[in-house]
Write a protein that binds this ligand. Sequence first.
Ligand SMILES: NC(=O)c1ccc[n+]([C@@H]2O[C@H](COP(=O)([O-])OP(=O)(O)OC[C@H]3O[C@@H](n4cnc5c(N)ncnc54)[C@H](O)[C@@H]3O)[C@@H](O)[C@H]2O)c1
Length: 250
Amino acid sequence: MDIKGKKAIVTGAAKGIGKGISLKLAEYGADLSLVDIDQPVLAETEALIKDKYGVDTLCLNVDVASIDQTKSMVEETLARFGTIDILVNNVGWDVAQPFWETTEEFRRKIIDVNYRGPVNCCYWTVPHMIEKRSGKIVNISSDAGRVGSLGETVYAGCKGGVIAFTKSLAREVARYKINVNSVSPGPTMTPGHIEGTTEKLREALKRAIPMGRQATPEELANAVLFFASPLSDFVTGQVLSVSGGLTMVD
Ligand SMILES: NC(=O)c1ccc[n+]([C@@H]2O[C@H](COP(=O)([O-])OP(=O)(O)OC[C@H]3O[C@@H](n4cnc5c(N)ncnc54)[C@H](O)[C@@H]3O)[C@@H](O)[C@H]2O)c1
């Protein structure tokens, strides 16, 4: 897993899976541009990373739904680190509810955060990676985008879109030695998961998962590390489900 000294952007780095990914990449020596809209919690995550692993870090207050802010994210990362080797598009957001009860404002936000977010971040990062003829992009999708999810219809549509976007972009940039892959979480114990579900639903999910429990953020981060490292140099356009066997479709 040779990523020592590599420069990585992780979006949604303050909490949950993004925090797990940031800690994992730092453990293996990557310097990090940590992106989140929750700056107080991001500062705590940054302090933890520096304390444990001593890598170089930059904290950025960026809403991934904003085309202008994501442009600044890339410019400020390049100004600080000189290059971007790894981009992890981790931000995602949803509140489960019946599709027919959602508002236009809610649906727009779901699409802006879950689909437009990774598109924006890739849009500004890819030209730099093309120029240097290398790069690793990891998009965090969801098993909701592979098999659907009750009460998460628009979100699932966006995540299915992230998967199709990953494959298509992978085809476009393969000639520049840029890998684009996706890690697809199943139920994972994070603040977002706990806020968006009831205790009853979490218990039902546990029973449905062959391995009998939800994932930890670190288990998702292990899959991201593989896609961020040279071990996956000949792997592109792929989707890896980390779900304890909950979904087993091709
Ligand atoms: N936890 C699960 O069960 C689960 C399942 C499937 C997929 N996922 C996906 O995994 C990823 C991480 O999920 P999580 O459960 O860790 O989420 P989380 O809600 O626990 O953490 C998300 C982080 O992203 C930040 N964020 C939210 N909107 C943002 C924006 N517009 N711009 C910048 N930062 C923003 C939040 O402040 C937070 O720090 C998401 O893409 C999610 O859709 C999670």
